[in-house]
Design a protein around this ligand. Sequence first.
Ligand code: NAI
Length: 349
Amino acid sequence: MKVMIFDTKPYDRQYLNAENKNYGYKLKYIESKLTPDTARLAAGYDAVCAFVNDDLGAETLDALENVGVRAVAMRCAGYNNVDIRHAFHKIHVVRVPKYSPYAIAEHALALLMTLNRKTHRAYQRTRDANFELNGLLGFDLHGKTVGVIGTGQIGRCFIDICRGLGMRIIASDPYPNKNVDYPYMSVEELLPQADVVSLHCPLTAENYHLLDKAHMDMMKPGAVIVNTSRGALVDTAALIDGLRSGHIGGAALDVYEEEADFFFEDHSNEVMQDDQLALLLSFRNVIVTSHQAFFTHEALQKIAEVTFMNLQNFERFQKDRQVYLDNEVCYHCDHYGTNCPKKEGKNCF
Ligand code: NAI
């Protein structure tokens, strides 16, 4: 197998190279993102490997198909950046559905704690021998209500953590978990009750701007938003208005709608060209991290492990079409639900 790996940093290469010792695939690392322009570099490769901010729209998928690529291995869980409908019957897309839900849930907690107790500001102050407490007032999380939107792998871990803190948990998910000790409700019922709203659902066409102005208006005054899922779940303009008016008490964001232009790169020597991001960064009650929730040793190890298993599976599938691609992102699942051949243990195509 020859695999071209896009959008890589030294830390990606370290983990992928270590895992490749078990496989011996021919890997070519590319620092640039996968785009319609860079896709043609993959000529002669069997598969490409891509990440969260790569562009896997129709144009890129066509370009990949034209140069003979038959599989895309996403080294992430989310796949909102892949045009699955367009990939159908052309390119098999596999992903890493579960690597370390703990990594993301724990980062959501770190963001929430920092935002609430302002440890980032305290750290700066004490280093400058400023031991004042003015402006650092927080609130007890114990006894507060957390509204968890999306109770899959990560949402469930986050709920366990919040339970440990003594928080009251309420949840919203179109596919509720059974036998749980927290109530499910619609997003509209959840928002007015929650002191903290944490997003743990995937980004889909249906929930784009799930937290828009109307939904933010429903939130409890002073409530805080934690988003470690995908930026476009939150309407940034509405969030800025809510923060300015004081209706939203704070936002802890590991993701941002337009992050692809900035995140994972050093822009510290440039004038910030994104007005909304510049505003968010200027607010005292906003914390932005650069899509780093996944960034733990355990998660990177697991991502490498599953990515190579996915590639090996695809290699076998090319020889025997009956081989099942466990982690395929399936067009039928997304678009036809119950008619999906995966339910009978068959591949998407
Ligand atoms: P999962 O598939 O286990 O769970 C997602 C849950 O969201 C499912 O139970 C689903 O029914 C629910 N859901 C779907 N649409 C919903 C809606 N409109 N409202 C409420 N619930 C909805 O996924 P997992 O592993 O928990 O990941 C969740 C998301 O976290 C991923 O889709 C990805 O966007 C994000 N993520 C972020 C990372 C980071 O580094 N910041 C790393 C990994 C994932």
